[in-house]
Every structure is written in structure tokens, then in C-alpha cells.
Write a protein that binds this ligand. Sequence first.
Ligand code: CTP
Length: 396
Amino acid sequence: MQGKQILVGVTGGIACYKVCDLVSKLRQKGADVHVVMTAAAQELVTPHTFKSLSGNPVSTELFYDPKSVPHINLADKADLVVIAPATANIIAKMAHGIADDLLSTLVLACKCPIIIAPAMNVNMYSNPIVQENLEKLKIAGVKTIGPNSGNLACGTSGKGRMAEPLEIFHFVEEVLHNKKDLEGRKILISAGGTREPIDPVRYIGNRSSGKMGYALANAASKRGAQVTLVTTIIRDVEPGINVIEVETAQEMHDEILSQSCDSDMIIMAAAVADFKPKNVKNEKIKKLEKEGLIIELERTPDILKSLGKNKRKDQILIGFAAETQNLAENALEKLKKKNLDMIVANDVTCEGAGFGSDTNIVTIYDKRGNQKEFPLLSKFEISNKILDYALQMCSG
Ligand code: CTP
């Protein structure tokens, strides 16, 4: 981001307060951020807020300075334009080439990549006219992030929520860099926690959210890899990822092993159960007059250990170690015992590194005896660090 000129167009959606965070993040990463606000956006957040956060004057008027042509100056200098939130109005104006204020005029004059983050009421978003406008913009090369589903400011819920500032930030990074250094590589990734049935209604599970595995799959796919994701949890993924849904450790084992020979890199991010009920009941267990219940457990297969045993020389095998104590010692033991190239260890008791979080704090240990600690980062950023590290291991 260092030295990149990023133009952030803010339009009048209530989500514009979240864009303060985006502007701050972009500036912290070294970008030179210029904010352009529409009149409606200024009703919601003042230009002073964005001025303080970006460190640059905020542009609002097409004709404020007779000596300069602001829309051309801003458009010429920008490496990237991101419009967040993008209302149905700006989307319609862009789709039809309408230039009636500073933002709509300057996007017409821009040659750099343009990202929009739509945000609006669910019915507005699904309106065929809005969809047609979005399609037109897509054909014209405008990139879209979101909207997400969830509660909307208008009191309804559904698709229409602006993508989160962190997601937009990563998308900006990706569009700016657009590195495809994993092109031609096949990567197999596991995600989520396995579920071991006790009876038709109950199972033994764990707290894994699958976010780390999904972040890895999305990051690898964005960098050009051909990704297969074996997962117990369904989340949004990049188009093109082959998603295989499983439930138990045995099912995950069978899928992963059948896909493994063909893979250049395997990353086991899933939290696999080590034990499962020995006898799964066909009928729901009734409590009746019982004072307690003993369920006999037996071992599940260790998928990573099997992969380590059959590993090809040119294959990179990566494990995870989620620990609550003796992080380095436990991680290094797993690295060795399972014949891994790398292990990504995290202490789940640290704030920001627990299950379900969007962030993590990890240390990577490799089979050559090296280790690298990373600070608190988003799971997407960590995924890219893991992939960078793995690529370095590949190149010796
Ligand atoms: N793993 C696996 N199959 C299992 C258990 C774990 O493939 N049956 C993988 C996990 O996906 C992870 C790594 O092994 O990449 C370490 O998992 P973890 O649960 O931390 O360690 P375990 O080997 O299960 O040992 P323990 O639970 O005793 O810490």
C-alpha cells in the first residue's frame, strides 16, 4: 500500500460511518488516501472526520476552486478508487454515465481499477433495475465486494449490508497487488470441527468455526491456486473452489486421503475429533430414570499422521496446533511425529486468538528448525503469511 493513492468515494448510506475504519486502515498501511463525499454522505458523517482520518482535505464540490479541475486531478492521480458504501443511486449513475456531482464525474474520468461496496435495503438490492445496473458495471470491469446478508439499518434483514471494512481493505490489497504466485498449484485444505454422532440427535463436536480454513482457501484461490476444501461447515467461498462437505473424522479422512496424491500442498486447518462414540445408537438415548450416562469412546484416524506417512518428496504438508499450554514444545512434537514441513501454532487462550475469532496470533515452526512469530492479524492476512512461508519452503 505504501505510496499508493487511494480515492475513497463515500455516498449516503448509513454504513458510511464504517468507512471511517476503512480509511484509517488504508492510511495506517501507508496509502495516501483522498476522500470524496457526496452531499448525502455529508448528512451522515462530517468531512472533518474523514479529513482527520485520511490526513488529506476532503473533496465535496465540483466547482469549488476556479483554478483547478478537481475531478480530473483526483482521477488522474488515483491508483484505485473504492466507493463505500455504494448506494443504488451511485450504482445507477455509474451504469448510465451520469455525471452530476464530483464523485460521479470523477469515476467517469478514472482509468484505474474501481471497487464498489454496495449497501442498501434488501428489496432495493434485489430490484431487477439495480441488478441490471450492477451487471452493466461488472461488464465494464468495475469490481464489486458484498453486499453481505444480515440485519439492515431499515429494520429488515437480508442481503444488503455493506461488506465489513476489513473485507473491503483486503479486497483493495488484492486488487492493487493481484499476485497470482500460486497459479498451477493444487492445494487441499480442511476446515471446521468434525462431529461424531452419539445418536440421531446428538454429537460430540468442538468450537472450531472453520474461519481459518476458509480464509486459507480464499487466499490461495485468489493467488491462483486450484483449491479443494474439505469442510464440516459451509461459508461463502471464492468462485472456483471445490468444496466437499463432510461430517465425521472418518469421512474427512477418506476424502482427504483420496484427494491427497494429486495435491502439491495440504493444509490441515480442521479441528478433528480424536475420539468418537464406539457404538452409535440408532434411536435417541432417553434419560428415563438414569442418574448418569457413560459413553465409551474409541480413537478416530489421525489424518495428518497418515498424510505424513505417505508424503511425496515434493509435497508440502502443513498442520495446525491449537494449544492452551507449552505451545512450542507441543507444536514441535506434532511437527516431528506427523512428518510435517510446517506447523502453525496458536495459543487459544490469548485474546484475539480463540475459536470463532476473525483474528489470530500464530507462530510458524518448520522442519528445518526455523520459527517465525506473527502479531495479531486477521485470519486472511495470516493465511497469506502461511502461503508465503510455504512458497519459500517449496523454493528451498
Ligand atoms: N489432526 C488430524 N487428525 C486427527 C487429529 C488432528 O489430522 N485425528 C490434525 C489437525 O487438523 C491439526 C493437527 O493434526 O492440523 C494437530 O491437531 P491437534 O488437535 O492440535 O493435535 P492432536 O494431534 O490431535 O493431539 P492433541 O489433541 O493430543 O493435542
